[in-house]
Design a protein. Structure first.
Length: 83
């Protein structure tokens, strides 16, 4: 499984993917929840509203997902070594 980092902040795990058309080419970008929210990507706002999350709860969830990133990277390296 390939885990990608956010195209914008380059630190948190990308969970929202957007495909843009630039100069006739499809460009796929992945964003973490925090950056996707800051960019105003509509589905993220809808999800937050439906879940009834506060700003603090959203930030906490985003940080928890980011903390998992090093663990996922370590597991990926272990799997690569075992092949």
């Amino acid at each position: 499984m390939l885990i990608k980092k956010c195209s914008r902040c380059k630190t948190r795990v990308a969970v929202i993917y957007v495909t843009k058309n630039e100069f006739g080419r499809a460009i796929s970008e992945g964003y973490c929840l925090k950056c996707a929210k800051e960019l105003g990507i509509k589905p993220v706002d809808d999800i937050i509203k439906r879940m009834g999350m506060s700003e603090e709860e959203f930030d906490a969830m985003s940080e928890e997902m980011s903390e998992l990133m090093p663990q996922l990277d370590e597991n990926e390296e272990e799997n690569d070594e075992g092949r």
